[in-house]
Design a protein around this ligand. Structure first.
Ligand code: SAM
Length: 267
């Protein structure tokens, strides 16, 4: 590989978990943020590690048809988003490919069977965000993982979450981080963060349970997100959940389900 400052030309062969483009060059794997599948790009290598390198995109020589104009002016500075330069269907395809590869590589499944991905709005869907506060400036950490990027409105956040962000920005309190949550997200328990897709996911899981099933053991049951609608189908559900924050919410949200508190592996 040339010296660190010398530009090289690469073709992106896959998108890694997290969104970076991946290219193989002279036996080395190179990650290049903000690139798309099969694009030809000119890059400068910025980090060389034992098993991989990282590079900065200098120029897109042959753009992919998947490339779109990123809607947020902070894209590439802000660390919150990695794939705004991709059309939503391309982003979904990349994520499906990553799941399939993980099932093969880690799950050791030869031919994993995946249902078609559920899709929803590509912006304004998140029911919670975590922002940082540096001397009254509120925003996300930058793509470098250190700098604070001032964010007045996040395109991923649902409107009600952005309204709460605006209120916080007017009167920040002296805390280093804030978790800004929609009203339905309470306490420290886990909630699905994509509001419209969560509903679709719930419907799909409940519909996938065949007629005639009388009881279900649900590991990692959280706040009863799946247990509740399953009990409403008349199924006996026993949830297992280890988080002290989730347990009371589960009991309130899914009162017809039974709950075993503790680790699923210990049952
Ligand atoms: C990703 S959340 C999913 C929760 C719920 N199924 C949902 O979709 O909203 C995973 C849940 O598993 C719980 N959990 C993590 N490790 C666990 C373990 N070893 N045994 C039981 N629950 C666990 C977490 O507290 C969390 O509530």
């Amino acid at each position: 590989m040339g010296s660190a400052a010398e530009p090289i030309e690469l073709t992106i062969s896959e998108l890694a978990y997290g969104g970076d483009g991946v290219s193989r060059h002279e036996g080395q794997v190179i990650f290049v943020p903000f690139t798309a599948l099969r694009e030809k790009v000119r890059v400068v290598v910025t980090e060389v590690h034992k098993t991989y390198s990282r590079a900065r995109l200098v120029e897109v020589l042959e753009p992919s048809a998947d490339r779109v104009v990123p809607p947020c002016s902070l894209f590439t500075q802000c660390g919150g988003c990695a794939t705004q330069h991709l059309a939503y269907p391309a982003e979904v395809r990349a994520k499906v490919a990553q799941i399939e590869s993980a099932l093969k590589r880690i799950g050791k499944l030869e031919k994993p069977v995946l249902r078609p991905a559920l899709t929803g709005p590509d912006y304004a869907y998140r029911n919670r965000i975590t922002v940082h506060n540096r001397d009254g400036r509120i925003g996300f950490l930058g793509a470098d993982g250190r700098t604070l990027v001032d964010v007045a409105r996040c395109l991923l956040a649902a409107d009600d979450v952005n309204q709460k962000l605006a209120v916080l920005r007017e009167r920040p309190r002296p805390r280093p981080h804030y978790s800004i949550r929609a009203d339905e997200v309470r306490g420290e328990a886990f909630y699905q963060s994509n509001r419209p897709l969560a509903k679709l996911l719930q419907q799909q899981v409940v519909a996938a349970v065949p007629e005639g099933i009388e009881s279900i053991l649900e590991g990692y049951a959280g706040t009863g997100f799946f247990s509740k609608p399953l009990t409403e189908r008349g199924i006996r559900v026993v949830g297992v959940e280890s988080s002290a924050a989730a347990v009371p919410v589960f009991q309130r949200e899914a009162p017809k389900a039974e709950l075993l508190e503790g680790r699923f592996e210990d049952r």
